[in-house]
Design a protein around this ligand. Structure first.
Ligand code: AFP
Length: 334
């Protein structure tokens, strides 16, 4: 008889059963993230046919052009969660201010931070896209969080993960007990467990960075990149360069095969480009749970103290040995 695949819902129910006192609220929240993934991937599959490509007339809080799909993906997250009763606050890379759930609406004890569509420059050319989420707990009875209370270090996340819209749609997440990956089976509309307890190799042979910025980088970062192009004694080959313009896709590749992703600080922009709360923290939690590392170049991402919601941070993430080597160069020790 064919083995019955483990669906996301069943996996969540079984994991919940092993947690004493679990109310099921958190499990439902994860299921809703899966639903957002289905809604967005459905739109993406038909994107070239239904006039949702291209830009809107708006720019977001980061000063970036908002693509139609950015706005749609953000709306999907908000619509699914605003009335769900599972969250008390929602913050998105696309929204200047967080959404607090009005006191008289049903609300839960979780704060959800997300990047609704990662890699938006890929929208118009059928390249991979993603979404990233971070879950924090806010359990103060009926009190609702202030905007400042959303500013938590990455170590306080209770769950994090991403949706990857590639040749298949995947949901990958951690609750601090390893990393699990589910692939959406479009025929039955269910996520099935496809990657159990993902572990990242200690060292890889691939790097992902936008080298167009090379001349803007500080000396140590340039030296590190140069070092990757020297043939390795053991393999006789240099590192391979693979950069998709979608952080989720690049991190997913290295999570499975090892390697390093860098969006480092620049001489005139030391804070880098990526957002601490919506991108760096959740992916750092996932990668650390898989045995890898995530650093600013000088400190652990998960320990960076956020001062503002849309704070940027340099990000160096991936296989443990690769990140340590990059840190050594950046800190002038190599
Ligand atoms: P968006 O989500 O705003 O499109 O940004 C994508 C991203 O945050 C990340 O996914 C990419 O790795 C990186 O920025 C690409 O930035 P560059 O275009 O500067 O290489």
């Amino acid at each position: 008889m064919r083995e019955f695949p483990l669906t996301l819902s069943r996996f969540i129910i079984e994991s919940q059963a092993s947690h004493q006192g679990a109310t099921g609220e958190f499990s439902s929240l994860l299921t809703q993230i899966g639903l957002v993934g289905k809604l967005i991937s459905q739109d993406l599959r038909r994107a070239g046919l239904i006039n949702i490509l291209g830009a809107t007339d708006d720019t977001n809080v980061q000063g970036e052009t908002v693509k139609k799909l950015d706005a749609i993906a953000n709306d999907d997250f908000v619509k699914v969660f605003q009335h769900s009763g599972y969250v008390c606050a929602l913050a998105s890379e696309e929204m200047e201010k967080p959404i607090s759930i009005p006191g008289n609406w049903p609300h839960g004890k979780y704060m959800l931070l997300f990047d609704p569509l990662d890699g938006s420059s890929n929208t118009d050319n059928n390249m991979p896209l993603g979404a990233i989420f971070s879950v924090l707990k806010y359990d103060r009875g009926d009190r609702l969080p202030t905007d400042e209370e959303l500013l938590c270090r990455g170590t306080e996340q209770i769950a994090a993960g991403y949706l990857l819209y590639g040749s298949s749609t995947m949901l990958v997440y951690t609750v601090g007990q390893g990393v699990y990956g589910f692939t959406l089976e479009p025929g039955i509309g269910e996520y099935l467990l496809s990657h159990e307890r993902i572990t990242i190799p200690d060292r890889g042979r691939v790097y992902a960075a936008n080298e167009g910025n090379y001349h803007k980088w500080p000396g140590g970062t340039k030296k590190y990149l140069d070092s990757l192009k020297v043939s390795d004694k053991a393999t006789g080959r240099p590192y391979s360069s693979r950069y998709s313009g979608c952080l989720v896709a690049d991190v997913h590749r290295l999570l499975l095969g090892g390697g390093i992703y860098l969006y480092p600080g620049e001489v005139d922009k030391p804070e880098g480009k990526l957002r601490l709360l919506y991108e760096a923290n959740p992916l750092a939690f996932v990668v650390e749970q898989a045995g890898g590392k995530a650093s600013t170049g000088t400190s652990r991402i998960l320990e960076v103290e956020p001062k503002k919601l849309h704070q940027r941070v340099p990000l160096i993430i991936g296989s443990r040995q690769d990140v340590e080597q990059a840190e050594a160069y950046i800190q002038g020790k190599a």
